[in-house]
Write a protein that binds this ligand. Structure first.
Ligand SMILES: Cc1ncc(COP(=O)(O)O)c(C=O)c1O
Length: 448
């Protein structure tokens, strides 16, 4: 190995990374990133050889498990054949992925744009909606995350938008509205109430191009809407002549027991955005899928978008292999079948831990929400606490899980349970055993 720059010689990998690269979504002080050296299936290992069970599939994205052989092989094969050609050309792999996607996306979506992240794909989707309708405004929902560039920051409903607003890094003309949250039905009790509110908004606004929603809200709570929400939302969009955009960056690719979450309600959006699981996160690909009506607009209208790495062959080849692997391993059906196992084992936590307020989810996408008091549903932390840099109790729970070799994302006052779709029941039991220990922290603070 070549000698390191002399100023770096006495530092560990973790120290070099922390000192000379940015740790995201945090102040830099105090960042001590784990040095990960290996990953395989549902596990990854740190440099000291400690093995972690990956219960959030990293960022809810490694759906096939780590280092899937077929995907690795597809990347190598493509690298040998053709790494890159400018996106104005046709490539075999671009045609192949398109053919595969047509077999899995909701019927009616038939033209694609291949970007390199969920953020960029959302950015593109909004540009498409604005160019097509000639209107600027977009409705998004509060408990949402749509990405970190200018428009996708502005769409984001959670506190991550707040940092970008004062310095103008979140482009405006986004209106925020409530989502459907069956556990916390304030300010609206039912799906009907929520839709009526959107109707009220749309009746009092002009120049609205689209509404963007995560069909099952991801990091912000794994919120599964009631069955009447999406059919009514689709009808409302048609009535007001606005586009429905489904952000399936996290909820796609078998996570909820269907290829895409919106398929649970037989609703087809005008535009669907996805990323993460499309390659099982083994290469950076984002996808925008649009229906014929949207596609037709650009027959004469300019598709005024593009970048050097769009349709990059090294991102498309792993997606083709990943789709084949989802099918070969039957993972979409498996995720649907595992839902009852997850529900039963995680709901049982409620009987043993007074701090568990709610357990909810779909497929292999679950939240365990922690509360100080089941009656008042007071959470252990909020967006405002996080923004004010207060210490978060949920971070203590996550640290206790890590101590027991379980890696999991904790968010304000809930845990996100979204492992690779190959997780076995026995591995879920290991996770539950670690949760039994970690939840003692919140139990001690909760009103029994
Ligand atoms: C629903 C949703 N949309 C968009 C994004 C942004 O995707 P990316 O991080 O690939 O830019 C995320 C990332 O977590 C997401 O969960």
């Amino acid at each position: 190995m070549p000698a390191l720059d002399s100023s770096l010689q006495n530092l560990s990998v973790s120290e070099i990374v922390a000192k000379h690269t940015f740790g995201t979504w945090r102040p830099q002080k105090g960042w001590k990133p784990m040095h990960v050296v290996r990953a395989d299936g549902v596990y990854f290992w740190d440099v000291a050889g400690k093995r972690y069970l990956d219960m959030s599939a990293q960022l809810m994205c490694s759906n096939l498990g780590h280092q899937n052989e077929a995907v690795v092989e597809a990347i190598c094969r493509q690298a040998r054949e053709l790494c890159f050609v400018a996106p104005g050309h046709a490539t075999t792999i671009r045609a192949k992925l398109t053919e595969k996607l047509l077999g899995v996306v909701p019927q009616g979506l038939e033209k694609f744009f291949y970007a390199t992240s969920g953020t960029e794909a959302n950015e593109c989707a909004i540009k498409i909606a604005r160019l097509m309708t000639g209107k600027r405004k977009v409705i998004a929902r509060y408990n949402s995350y749509h990405g970190s560039t200018a428009t996708s920051s502005a769409l984001t409903g959670d506190f991550r938008r707040w940092f970008a607003e004062p310095v103008g890094c979140a482009v405006d003309d986004v209106l925020h509205a409530p989502e459907c949250n069956p556990y916390r039905p304030e300010p609206f009790k039912t799906a009907s109430d929520v839709i009526d509110y959107y109707d009220y908004m749309l009746s009092n606004e002009a120049h609205v191009a689209a509404i963007i929603v995560e069909p099952i809200v991801g990091t912000n709570g794994i919120l599964v809407p009631p069955d009447d929400y999406f059919p009514r939302l689709r009808a409302l969009c048609d009535q007001h002549g606005i586009l429905l955009i489904a952000d399936e960056v996290m909820s796609g690719w078998g996570r909820t027991g269907k290829w895409f979450a919106i398929q649970h309600w037989n609703v087809t959006p005008d535009i669907l955005v996805t990323a993460k699981g499309v390659t099982s996160a083994m290469a950076p690909l984002g996808v925008v899928a649009v229906n014929r009506k949207v596609a037709d607009h650009f027959e004469d209208g300019w598709f005024a978008h593009g970048h050097t790495y769009e349709s990059h062959a090294l991102t498309l080849a792993p997606a083709v292999a990943a789709i084949d692997e989802y099918r070969r391993l039957n993972l979409i059906e498996r995720s649907a079948q595992m839902e009852s196992v997850f529900r039963q084992k995680l709901s049982a936590l409620k009987d043993r831990h007074p701090s568990v307020g709610d357990v909810r989810g779909k497929g292999m996408f679950f939240a365990v929400e922690l509360v100080k008091d089941r009656k008042t549903k007071e959470p252990f932390g909020t967006f405002k606490d996080k923004y004010a840099r207060k210490p978060m109790v949920i971070d203590q729970v996550v640290a206790k899980l890590a101590e027991q070799s379980v890696s999991m994302i904790g968010w304000m006052s809930h845990l996100v349970i979204a492992p690779p779709l190959i997780l076995t029941e026995g591995q879920l039991d290991d996770c539950v055993a670690a949760l039994d220990e970690a939840l003692k922290i919140t139990d001690a603070l909760a009103k029994g």
